[in-house]
Design a protein around this ligand. Structure first.
Ligand code: AMP
Ligand code: MG
Length: 319
């Protein structure tokens, strides 16, 4: 059994042995290892079954560590780091020679963030190295937002989940890279486009696979339940089209009245998109365990974090 524990000293000991643990962050749980250990990093890719072309995010605890990892920092990158760190803002910057190629999938840039979670920060402060930490799930599956989700995925193959409670943001970080000195948004995430624009002005968004050779790994199908999942703007119509099947619903704020429905998950009774993001993956995990024929997910309003939720739902429902 995986040990689920809050013991930071134990976590440090395992990481110092070039082994992996899962760590809590405010976005999702990460599968973490020493960025300078080839053994640890190889194990991250192997355990997740993650393709080697998909680079990893480096987690730091202080803005000064940027200097040890990068060779050029655009002004707006610093502005974003100061505005949103610690937080769900990942910056893609020119790497320096210290950063192993395995981390960056051979690219000349490295993705970095400072997580906003007291346990993750306490851990990072006590280590002599930053941590690479992609989400602690097999490649393509729903991300874990609770320690127990990680245990369900990895069981005996992972020694420890450092317990930090349920993830507060519940969706992955927003990824921002640069073309010249101008920010480009590569992945919608837990910090909204609107919040970023308020700090650095409007940013271009390139989060679709065909437009993002610069952000490998933004695959069309991702974050997916095993159950067939269907995304809709017209619930009644979609329910009709799955007549006589066992249906589960993933809804934004209101239940519906229909005896055919086996189970309904409501993301936010208060119509709050931030709250909906927090509970999105946990709701998907629950629905996926019910042996349904189909999950029908309702598109949420396309503003603020609603854009991120819709992005994840689109990827979850791609064939
Ligand atoms: P995650 O799977 O949440 O750990 O996020 C990793 C994602 O960050 C990758 O799939 C890429 O889209 C992006 N990423 C990481 N490193 C880079 C990089 N050097 N350049 C561009 N995108 C990156
Ligand atoms: Mg992931």
């Amino acid at each position: 059994m995986t040990m689920i524990s809050g013991n930071i000293q134990k976590a440090i000991a395992i990481l110092n042995q070039n082994d992996l643990i899962a760590i809590p962050t405010e976005t999702v749980y990460g599968l973490a290892g020493n960025i300078y250990s080839e053994a640890a990093i190889s194990k991250i890719f192997a355990m997740k079954n993650r393709p080697l072309f998909n680079p990893l995010i480096v987690h730091i605890h202080h803005i000064s560590q940027l200097e040890q990892l990068t060779r050029y920092i655009p002004d707006k990158a610093l502005v974003l780091a100061k505005a949103f760190w610690p937080g769900a803002m990942t910056l893609v910057l020119k790497k320096n020679s210290q950063v192993p190629d395995l981390i960056t999938a051979g690219k000349d840039s490295v993705a970095i963030r400072m997580p906003n979670h007291p346990v993750a920060l306490a851990l990072l402060e006590q280590l002599r190295f930053p941590l690479a930490a992609p989400s602690a799930n097999p490649f393509g599956c729903i991300s874990p937002t609770k320690a127990i989700h990680v245990e369900e995925y990895f069981g005996d193959t992972l020694r420890m989940v450092l317990d930090g409670g349920d993830c507060e943001s519940g969706v992955e970080s927003t990824i921002v890279g640069f073309e010249g000195d101008e920010p480009i948004l590569y992945r919608l995430g837990a910090i909204s486009v609107e919040d970023i624009a308020a700090v650095v002005g409007s940013v271009n968004i390139k989060n679709k696979e065909e437009t993002t050779p610069d952000a490998p790994g933004m695959l069309l199908k991702h974050y997916a339940p095993l159950t067939t999942t269907h995304l809709t703007t017209d619930l009644n119509e979609s329910i009709k089209s799955f007549a006589h099947q066992k249906i589960g619903l993933l809804l934004f704020s209101k239940k519906i009245d229909d005896p055919q429905i086996v189970h309904q998950e409501i993301l936010s009774e208060n119509n709050d998109l931030k709250e909906a993001a927090t509970y999105l993956y946990a709701a998907m995990h629950r629905l996926d365990k019910l042996n349904l024929d189909v999950i029908i997910a309702e598109r949420v309003p396309d503003i603020g974090l609603g854009k991120t939720i819709n992005d994840r739902l689109e990827r979850a429902t791609k064939k």
